[in-house]
Design a protein around this ligand. Structure first.
Ligand SMILES: Nc1nc2c(c(=O)[nH]1)N[C@H]1C(S)=C(S)[C@@H](COP(=O)(O)O)O[C@H]1N2
Ligand SMILES: [Mo]
Length: 365
């Protein structure tokens, strides 16, 4: 169903055009993790980033049903108590919004205007999706699994429930879970109460919140969020490539103290301990480099032990001998698949997967 004007591409800001009212509306509803939140191994729920396309739906755990149907031997339906009886597994997952970094692109795609803080790491508890699919029994012609949330809205003229599809192989091999707890407590409303999907390694759009239905289909899912929204395109008619796993990124906690408005930093000369986290959805982090002269010289940071969940972020540290004057700090991550974070990522129309290296201006006094 189509409401109003439909266009595949969102708008790009004109040269020099400031943040629009539409972007402000989104930025006031959805929030990032303040970068000082990088100090926690596991992000406290109120600091974890939040992204909701439409409204947070009113949901009650008491009568919640999750159905598993489509190309399965035996369609199933679970209440929360029945689902809990299926098993209990906790995984640490770093989630990042595919649009993280969008607002720093030139030209700027008009959408949720993230800078670099659309990330968080939580411990999610639930049951393995693979166990639910095994219980229902996949038919031979199963191709994709479609996940539907309870929220509903319109995007570029298309009315829809929030829905994402994942191939059967990814659904099983990624270690995806259907979660009812975040950091040991029931999911907060904004994070999907009472049930959500968590797809480790994938950008956040795959982790459907307020999950009410799992449907196995015999063809590739062609829903809006897979085929129209989350696609890397250079031009509006570019068929593009789907957005999938998280590209490597390192972020520092900005050192010292900030100026209220510009967020520029002040530190005293001497040894300044720098601390941050790095992650990649493709493979574990292997190396992080720090530059304190805007990318001229690079130094290897000291990595902490990796987490048991190998795609969760990894802490790093570097002692900076800070001398008076203005300095630009920058960091980059490398993973064991050979992917390296670029200083400047390639532009795309949706502003997705922008893992351009962080830059922090510091005045050393
Ligand atoms: N049902 C539903 N699931 C959703 C969304 C949504 O709008 N509706 N947003 C997705 C996007 S784009 C992201 S980045 C993550 C954000 O998860 P969080 O808010 O728990 O951090 O949820 C995903 N799951
Ligand atoms: Mo997102």
């Amino acid at each position: 169903m189509s409401i109003g004007d439909f266009s595949v591409a969102g708008r790009l800001a004109d040269t020099g055009e400031g943040i629009t009212g539409d972007e402000l509306q989104l930025a006031a509803r959805n929030h990032g993790m303040p970068l000082e939140g990088l100090r926690y191994d596991v992000t406290p729920p109120g600091l974890h980033y939040v992204l909701v396309h439409y409204d947070i739906p009113a949901t009650a755990a008491g009568d919640w049903r999750l159905t598993v149907g489509g190309r399965v031997e035996e369609p199933l339906s679970f209440g929360l108590t029945e689902l809990r009886a299926m098993g209990r597994r906790t995984i640490r997952v770093t989630l990042e919004c595919a649009g993280n970094g969008r607002a720093t692109l030139q030209p700027r795609p008009i959408s949720q205007p993230w800078l670099s803080e659309a990330v968080g790491t939580a411990e999610w508890t639930g049951v393995l999706l693979a166990d639910l699919l095994r219980l229902a029994g996949l038919r031979e012609d199963a191709v994709d699994v479609v996940f539907t949330g309870a929220d509903h809205g319109v995007e570029r003229g298309v009315e829809q429930d929030y829905q994402r599809g994942l191939s059967v192989a990814e659904a099983i091999e990624s270690g995806t879970i259907v979660a009812w707890e975040m950091n040991g407590a029931p999911l907060p409303p904004q994070h999907g109460y009472p049930l959500r999907l968590v797809v480790p390694g994938w950008y956040g759009m795959a982790s459907v919140k307020w999950l009410r239905s799992i449907e196995v289909i015999d063809h590739e899912f062609d829903g809006y969020q897979n085929k129209v929204a989350y696609v890397l395109r250079k031009t509006p008619d570019d068929p593009g490539r789907p957005v999938t796993r998280i590209e490597p990124r390192a972020l520092l906690i900005p050192p010292g103290f900030p100026d209220f408005m510009s967020r520029h930093r002040f530190v005293a000369a001497g040894t300044v301990p720098l601390f941050g986290r790095a992650w990649s959805g493709w493979a574990p982090i292997e190396r992080v480099e720090v530059s304190t002269d805007a990318g001229v010289n690079w130094h290897e940071a000291k990595l902490d032990a990796p987490s048991n969940d190998e795609l969760a972020w990894r802490a790093f540290a570097y002692d900076w001998e800070a001398t008076p004057g203005e300095h630009v700090l920058t960091v980059r991550a490398y993973d064991t698949s050979g992917r390296e974070q670029p200083i400047e990522a390639e532009w795309n129309r949706g502003g997705f997967s922008n893992n351009t290296a962080q830059r922090i201006t510091v005045l050393v006094t």
